[in-house]
Design a protein around this ligand. Sequence first.
Ligand code: IPM
Ligand code: MG
Length: 358
Amino acid sequence: MSSTYKIAVFPGDGIGKEIVPQAVRVLRAIGARYDVKVDLQEALVGGSAIDEFGVPLPEESLRLALSSDAVLLGAVGGPKWEGLDYSVRPERALLGLREKLGLFANLRPAKLFSALVDASTLKQSVIEGIDIVVIRELTGGIYFGRPRGVEKIDGQERGINTEVYTTSEIERIACVAFEVARRRHRKVCSVDKANVLESSELWRRVVTAVHEDYQDIELSHMYVDNCSMQLIRNPRQFDVILTNNMFGDILSDEAAMLTGSIGMLPSASIGGDVGMYEPIHGSAPDIAGQDRANPIATILSVGMMFKYSFGLDIGYDDIESAVTRVLDRGYRTADIYSPGNKLVGTGEMTDVILHELA
Ligand code: IPM
Ligand code: MG
């Protein structure tokens, strides 16, 4: 059966402009293989949208996203826009898309490609075989809670943000974590700060209640400070990590770095009608425009799109095994290069991945 999917393509800023066109080549190749027709439409978000329209998420880009089946995003931000007010920074484009598309679940897999075991700063014996997914709540918590802002009080200023979660927000993200765990090693570790925060105490209670319906899954709870330590001490103990927006932001960077390079890791944001797929890394303005960026995180994000938006797990598996073979054959972009390997640029790395795919 043949179907057509409409995909919004947002390269964004910095290296996003280089890696997204490369990932699109892979998207077309996998689409052709499985008879998935794709209709790609590009628009501006982030700093490039600020330069053109004065806002990070123009109406037109948001409308395109809302009317698509999936969004492929590169990265946003750069020094050029750092001085701007919070309300119009490039990052607002990401937060706006997450909120408007209802993307409450962020899946961030951190899996070690064995060819890259030396790229990690940790010992091989610690990181060998790690395969973790961080499931981060993405549209609630302190990122969106009210009240927020900076107010003047008693001759000084006071900055306020609010951590807030409702039962239903916790229930739906817990369900996602248990469902994902069911297709993996059936272990969920829910991470909170229930020894100090009431919102975390609720989080733990609700996750425990949802678990009643998932008795085939092993559930544990861990405080976030301990989790950040355990990730370094013994990362293999984790399968699925379930956590809130703020803790997920921090722990997913930590989990990513276990694998050696943040340039390798994809992500999927789901929960609404439209899924959004993007690399975990940022726009890396220092290497932008030099054909040096690692396209693999974005290419794997395309794989996640096939898996979670088009129901084609095999699309992800094909891409992941092509990447594995390319790494085994010694191809490396600068971020993962070590002597003795073949140094390639963004385009050439994609060429060899496409070659493996064929
Ligand atoms: C991420 C990023 C974003 C976040 C920033 C760029 C707003 O760090 O996706 O992890 O904090 O969520
Ligand atoms: Mg982050």
